[in-house]
Design a binder for this molecule. Structure first.
Ligand SMILES: Nc1ncnc2c1ncn2[C@@H]1O[C@H](COP(=O)(O)OP(=O)(O)OP(=O)(O)O)[C@@H](O)[C@H]1O
Ligand SMILES: [Mg+2]
Length: 313
């Protein structure tokens, strides 16, 4: 079955003076997909999203969003999208219900339909109990939820979310991810950006890895991990590992990445058999205790670091 294309970027480019923030990128997003942009700070995620939302004009190339051209048919695009991003704000001195009414009127939603929609949204984002408090009294997590509700007021086909889970407590972040899943079940397309590597792994159908304005890969999280398969990851369970020893381990030739969380030391290398003896002897010489060693799968984060390194060469 051929999937319906919801978004298509065609040589999409944005320059800021000499800086090429987004560099001739091409990709397609299908209807009903959760599509993630993953990339380091300054990679071009927000710039890409803003062009897709008609908030920023491309320098070259274009994109079709919900079947319309972002340059020539921007009003048609705007009717069919919702956006949560810095700079899209709520009226602090109004209640959330008043905000929703205001934005509903802006989108010319008939009064009757508007009331129903507002009630549905308040239930959906779990703020019905606080709907009549002014937004200025909301916590930042509540504000994020409120912004999502406002972005959904016009029942958009596509929702764009720029780092919507940053600054949220884990529980609220889980709730926001659940919203996204529910939206996709309703057939909506969600495009979002994140710096948190582990999020796309849990949530996205496909991920675009963006680095210095270029797309390095667009694929399922699973396939992106495979791209990094030639690296090996070894996990060493260790007690008494000193900070200095850890530093020495990072410097062992052949070690590409080393990380430590609690008592788990994770080593990424091209050949674990070659680096392991030296690492183990460094631990033991510094009076650390090795409790176990095992090979594990690469994570999306490691794949991502590898891809962005490759992109820099
Ligand atoms: N209005 C602007 N004027 C000049 N340069 C800009 C402007 N907006 C973005 N840039 C530059 O374009 C590049 C891409 O920025 P962008 O905001 O798209 O990155 P990002 O991937 O969203 O990063 P982050 O993870 O930090 O949000 C950066 O080098 C940034 O400094
Ligand atoms: Mg950004």
């Amino acid at each position: 079955m051929r999937q319906e294309v919801s978004i298509e970027a065609i040589g999409l480019t944005r320059k800021f003076k000499k800086l090429v923030a987004v560099d001739h990128i091409n990709f397609q997003v299908y209807s009903g997909e959760i599509f993630g942009f993953l990339g380091p700070n300054g990679a071009g995620k927000t710039t890409t999203l803003r062009m897709l939302c008609t908030l920023l004009t491309p320098t070259e190339g274009t994109a079709r969003v919900a079947g319309y051209d972002v340059l020539k048919e921007s009003a048609e695009v705007r009717k069919r999208i919702g956006i949560v991003s810095d700079g899209v704000e709520l009226y602090d001195d109004l209640t959330l219900r008043e905000n929703l009414k205001f934005f509903g009127r802006l989108h010319r939603i008939p009064r009757e339909k508007r009331g129903r929609r507002i009630k549905e949204l308040l239930e959906f984002i779990g703020l019905i109990d606080r709907a009549d408090d002014i937004v200025a009294t909301y916590s930042s997590g509540m504000r994020k939820r409120a912004l999502i509700a406002v972005a959904l007021i016009n029942d958009p086909e596509i929702l764009f979310l720029d780092e919507v889970t940053s600054g949220l407590d884990p529980e609220t972040a889980v709730a926001v991810r659940d919203f996204m899943r529910n939206l996709c079940r309703e057939g909506k397309t969600v495009v979002w950006t994140t710096n948190y590597m582990e999020e796309p792994e849990k949530l996205c159908n496909r991920v675009a890895i963006i680095h210095q304005g270029k797309l390095l890969a667009v694929d399922t999280p699973e396939n992106i991990k495979k791209l990094a398969e030639e690296v090996e990851v070894v996990e060493v369970v260790v007690e008494n590992l000193r900070g200095e020893t850890f530093k020495k381990i990072r410097e062992v030739e052949g070690v590409q990445q080393a990380s430590l969380s609690e008592n788990r030391l994770r080593i990424v290398s091209s050949d674990s058999e070659e680096v392991l003896p030296e690492i183990l002897s460094k631990i033991v010489n510094d009076r650390g205790v090795v409790k176990g060693v095992r090979k594990t799968r690469t994570t999306l984060e490691e794949a991502f670091i590898k891809l962005t390194r490759r992109g820099m060469k």
